[in-house]
Design a protein around this ligand. Structure first.
Ligand code: SF4
Ligand code: SF4
Length: 108
């Protein structure tokens, strides 16, 4: 099931939207940030950086929730997020598990 029930007090809460900052030249293409982002925000770029790796890019603008997990796990300090804005919660914000993770778990 893709959606959970909308909480009754959604109007009392806001969603944080993050801005993803990627320092391309530091990236070593390990894809940790891509694999573990809880909102499936990132994807591997087709471009090369100076080291010959493919850095990530933001494939879903506005979906980052500024959880800073990518920043925490990046071994090269090549990515960080900052708060862009706070907005009202929408039904699509209640998606629990990104599609690629659902597929992965269902095949296990
Ligand atoms: S801050 Fe969180 S939601 Fe945003 S890109 Fe990083 S891991 Fe994903
Ligand atoms: S975790 Fe860091 S080094 Fe690894 S792909 Fe992401 S930005 Fe690059």
């Amino acid at each position: 099931m893709g959606y959970w029930r909308m909480p009754l007090d959604t109007h009392e809460h806001s969603i944080i939207v993050g801005k993803v900052n990627i320092i391309d030249y530091r990236c070593k293409g390990c894809k940790y940030c891509i694999e573990f982002c809880p909102h499936d925000v990132l994807e591997e770029s087709k471009d090369f950086n100076e080291k010959g790796y493919h850095p990530p890019y933001v494939k879903k603008e506005g979906r980052c929730v500024n959880c800073n997990f990518c920043e925490t796990i990046c071994p090269e300090f090549a990515i960080f997020c900052t708060e862009l804005e706070r907005r009202e919660m929408k039904p699509e914000d209640i998606v629990r598990v990104p599609e690629k993770r659902r597929r992965r778990h269902s095949s296990e």
